[in-house]
Ligand binder design. Structure first.
Ligand code: ZN
Length: 201
């Protein structure tokens, strides 16, 4: 079994990396506005945990919508950060890279609240895992934290607040805008977990 984590540098995947220590991690620059900050946060946690880290660069911004692509969300969007087929795209791109590393299990940092988006649901994870299992390599897709809230994941992972503070959650920019769904979540989770942002963990 060789496990790769799809690491976005956000609180969920950062905590999952701390908790489960995957064999390697992939971060994708698919044209999202916050890519450089996500890569920096991912690289920092991987250096700390001594996890080999690969960045995959492929510009899909023309196919995106919403906050992460810097435009208004499509009319079908359930929220301003909706990017159509985003998890399907990320899983596919990561798996295309991961298969050359002999990866058998691809992990996503999806949590319970992500089910707000259909591609963050358990049904989606089962379906995309089945789809990959039909193909060469028989890779398995799993979301080990899908039953947990972000605060629960942070607590169970034991990640110190000083490392959690590295997380980049903003959907709109490399520097947190302070007013998007990602930024709001960042501050809510710190408050819920009871971590003090000013005090290193
Ligand atoms: Zn923001």
């Amino acid at each position: 079994m060789k496990v790769a984590l799809l690491l976005s540098g956000g609180m969920d995947s950062l905590s999952l990396a701390w908790w489960k220590r995957p064999d390697l991690a992939f971060t994708l620059n698919y044209g999202q506005l916050a890519a450089q900050a996500e890569i920096a946060a991912s690289r920092a946690i991987c250096e700390r945990l001594k996890i080999p880290h690969q960045v995959v660069e492929i510009d899909c911004r023309d196919l995106g919508s919403g906050d992460m692509a810097g435009r208004n969300a499509d009319g079908l969007a359930p929220a301003s950060d909706w990017w159509p087929y985003r998890n399907q795209m990320l899983v596919t791109l990561a798996a295309m890279k991961a298969i050359s590393y002999g990866v058998t299990h691809l992990w996503l940092g999806t949590v319970k609240s992500d089910a707000f988006h259909r591609d963050g649901s358990s049904e989606f994870m089962s379906a995309i895992s089945h789809l990959l299992s039909l193909q060469e390599g028989g890779m398995v897709v799993e979301a080990p934290a899908i039953e947990l809230s972000t605060a629960e994941l942070v607590r169970v992972s034991g990640i110190p607040s000083g490392f959690l503070a590295w997380a980049h959650s903003c959907h709109k920019a490399d520097v947190p805008c302070g007013n998007c769904r990602g930024c709001n979540k960042y501050f809510e989770v710190f408050e819920e977990v009871g971590y003090d942002l000013d005090r290193p963990g």
